[in-house]
Design a protein around this ligand. Structure first.
Ligand code: ACM
Length: 546
């Protein structure tokens, strides 16, 4: 009975969250609200258990950033503290779910307890959203008041991802760190960093300096929607030094975010081929430029692309290419500790392989069925290499064609069918179907800036269910989670990037974190009204429904 009453109370309070001004996104699994506030001030201290020191620093980092507050940190051994304390505890024996947390706010104390650092960090993110912003101080609510609550919370999916394409447009190290802050605030745990593209190679590789001296730059960019009304003829580019990459990986790790780097192959490789033409099956052929493509600069030799789409000149599956990729991946693995390396695998036209005598001979020699089989051979070889180094591959769902590499994880983007097929073959799956997860699509039918693809309003993102109905429970367990993808053909600056991700990323965070039965679109939309103030507090742009 007590359990039932608690459940009812929890339900009642969570239903009324939006009305009480407790507008946490993603919505916690259970929350109950009491009367009263904890008011942080000059005498507030943080008391951290031995494993909670890092999270205490993170709490101070964000408290300062968002509210201008910092608190002295004391070790738990110095005593429990009676009043005005924020107690952070990591205790695997405390009975809190993995990556979950228990948060208790009373007049005198805040307690956050978790089984691990991740859980504590997520509890801190919830706490940050409970602080009364200066703009909301009114009547008897003092500045920074934190309402008395009891929260019991944990994630639904183990993979909660956001992606960013820095190939089409480059976002510098500081902008990437800010993006990571947005992920952390929404309890995402994976950043998929799409680092190489036809229009630019963005990561320094010491063994191949031309990848960034040549491959990171294009002579111009088409203007307007593809095929474009002209070319701006402005040299455009940029890349991350390995020092910057290390800093970003650490910045993310400090926030319990794993960065999965994507090094595309065998398609989307024009920039690498411009730097090292031997990577092409036809090194002496100039880059093919369509007659309707407005172009800047020379058309001779291999060029970094200046327009959008899919291009036929792809990596030749030669020993030169495999050695190149292995050498690149060796440096990538030094920089990124993640278990997974994304190897792309999408949108690889087979025309050049069809007319290459070398490829046709290889197909025969290896007893492959056709060019799809050759792509499978390509990906399988790279998988073997990465597996031998203790890493695993993720690829876009085209890697199913011609046969899946034995240990590959599939990222399903052309709808859900690739994910369903992979799960049925007992391969791990990350769902990113275009109709729910592509944040480069328009948010409104009257979009006044240029976007790509379809129409994806926030309600549709919120309605997404990552586990397809076609999977039974033994197959459904292969769905690790989902991810929002942000392709940047038409996202040329940070303000547009923020406009495209907010509020859709907030909706996706709830799809991935909150128990399915707790999701409610109307309630979410009410909480979103307050979330808009938080976007403003971050200084972020966001889409507003007119
Ligand atoms: C993709 O959107 N080409 C994966």
């Amino acid at each position: 009975m007590k359990k039932l009453l608690t459940a009812l109370f929890t339900l009642a309070t969570s239903l009324s969250m939006a009305q009480t001004g407790i507008d946490i996104i993603p919505k916690p699994a259970e929350i109950s609200i009491q009367e009263g506030y904890f008011v942080p001030g000059k005498s507030t201290i943080i008391i951290a258990s031995p494993a909670a020191g890092h999270d205490a620093d993170m709490l101070n980092f964000y408290m300062k950033k968002l509210y201008g507050l910092t608190f002295p940190v004391k070790n738990a051994a110095s005593g429990p503290g009676k009043k005005n304390v924020i107690i952070l505890t990591v205790n695997p024996a405390a009975g809190v779910k993995k990556d979950g947390y228990h948060l208790e706010v009373t007049k005198d104390k805040i307690n956050i307890t978790a089984a691990n650092g991740e859980g504590l960090f997520y509890g801190i993110q919830t706490l940050l959203q409970l602080v009364t912003a200066d703009t909301d101080v009114s009547g008897n609510i003092p500045p920074h008041a934190i309402p008395d609550v009891s929260v019991n919370d944990y994630p639904r999916f183990q993979y909660r991802g956001m992606h960013l394409d820095v190939g089409r447009h480059f976002f510098d190290a500081e902008q990437v760190k800010k993006y990571i802050d947005y992920l952390a605030y929404h309890k995402f745990n994976t950043f998929h960093w799409h680092l190489t593209e036809d229009q630019g190679w963005r990561i320094e590789i010491k063994k191949y300096p031309r990848l960034t001296s040549i491959g990171a730059w294009r002579n111009g960019t088409v203007i307007g929607h593809y095929p474009g009304t002209g070319n701006d003829s402005l040299r455009y580019g940029g890349f991350y030094t390995q020092k910057e990459v290390k800093e970003i990986v650490k910045y993310a790790a400090d926030r319990y975010i794993t960065i999965i780097p994507e090094i595309e192959m065998p398609g989307h490789s024009s920039a690498a081929i411009a730097a090292y033409p031997q990577l092409s099956c036809f090194p002496d052929e100039p880059t093919a430029v369509k007659s309707n493509t407005p172009w800047a600069g020379p058309r001779t030799g291999k060029q970094v692309q200046q327009t959008w789409g899919v291009f036929p000149d792809v990596y030749c599956p030669s020993e030169y290419t495999f050695k190149f990729i292995e050498n690149v991946l060796d440096e990538v693995m030094e920089l990124f500790p993640s278990k997974y390396i994304h190897i792309g695998g999408d949108e690889c036209p087979k025309e050049y392989w069809k007319r290459s005598a070398f490829c046709q001979k290889l197909i025969k020699e290896k007893h492959l069925k056709n060019e799809e089989g050759l792509q499978s051979y390509f990906i399988g070889r790279i998988e073997k290499y990465l597996n031998s180094k203790g890493r695993s591959i993720i690829g876009w769902d085209e890697i199913l064609e011609g046969g899946l590499a034995p240990n590959a994880t599939v990222m399903s983007w052309r709808g859900e069918s690739g994910g369903i097929a992979a799960a049925k073959q007992h391969h791990q799956v990350i769902m990113t179907p275009g109709q729910y997860c592509y944040f480069d699509h328009a948010q409104t039918k009257n979009e006044d800036s240029v976007t790509i693809g379809g129409y994806l309003p926030v309600d549709t993102v919120y309605s997404y269910e990552p586990v397809p109905k076609k999977l039974d429970s033994s197959e459904a367990k292969y769905v690790l989670g989902a991810q929002g993808n942000v392709w940047t053909e038409y996202i040329g600056n940070e303000s547009k990037l923020e406009y495209m991700i907010f509020p859709r990323m907030s909706a996706l965070s709830e799809v991935l974190w909150t128990p399915k039965e707790e999701r409610d679109l109307n309630d979410f939309k009410q909480r979103l009204t307050y979330m808009a103030k938080r976007y403003q507090a971050w200084g972020a742009n966001y889409f507003r429904d007119k």
